[in-house]
Design a protein around this ligand. Structure first.
Ligand code: CU
Length: 145
């Protein structure tokens, strides 16, 4: 009976679009930048929330909209901003990691289709616990300076 009530609660929260408060891995605030004109590389950003009691690693990402996707980190070296590929991104138990401009990001190479602001692309994230999360990420314009 308790289990049924919990299940019903989950369904109700799910329908209402509110976060389901189960111990799990979730990804929020996903977005992919529209590439600058003439560029074939762009970046994606999102936040991984690890509500489980173990550390989890994001191992890789794929998107049917791009030829290749890599996990990258920005670094400052001698005053120059560089970026390098990382093998994984670890999210500690009960912690969140945000991929954001100037930090960790998803690097996306060679779009296979025109990318227009307002549309979205699907990205699949693979984690070390064998979980895969598929996300629809909206395409957003690069903020103007
Ligand atoms: Cu990069």
């Amino acid at each position: 009976m308790i289990r049924l009530a919990a299940l019903l609660l989950t369904v109700v929260f799910g329908l209402a679009g509110l976060p389901v408060t189960a111990a799990e891995l979730t990804v929020t605030d996903g977005q992919v930048r529209v590439p600058m004109p003439g560029r074939t590389v762009t970046a994606g950003y999102f936040t991984i929330n690890n509500d489980t009691s173990s550390a989890v690693k994001l191992m890789s990402a794929t998107s049917a909209a791009f030829e290749r996707a890599e996990l990258h980190q920005h670094t400052h070296q001698d005053g120059v901003m560089r970026m390098e590929q990382v093998t994984h991104i670890e999210i500690a138990a009960k912690a969140s990691v945000s991929l954001q401009p100037g930090g960790l990001h998803l690097m996306l190479f060679n779009p296979k289709q025109p990318l227009l602001a307002g549309e979205s692309v699907t990205v699949t994230l693979s984690f070390s616990n064998d979980q895969q999360i598929e996300l629809s990420m909206p395409l957003t314009e690069m903020p103007r300076r």
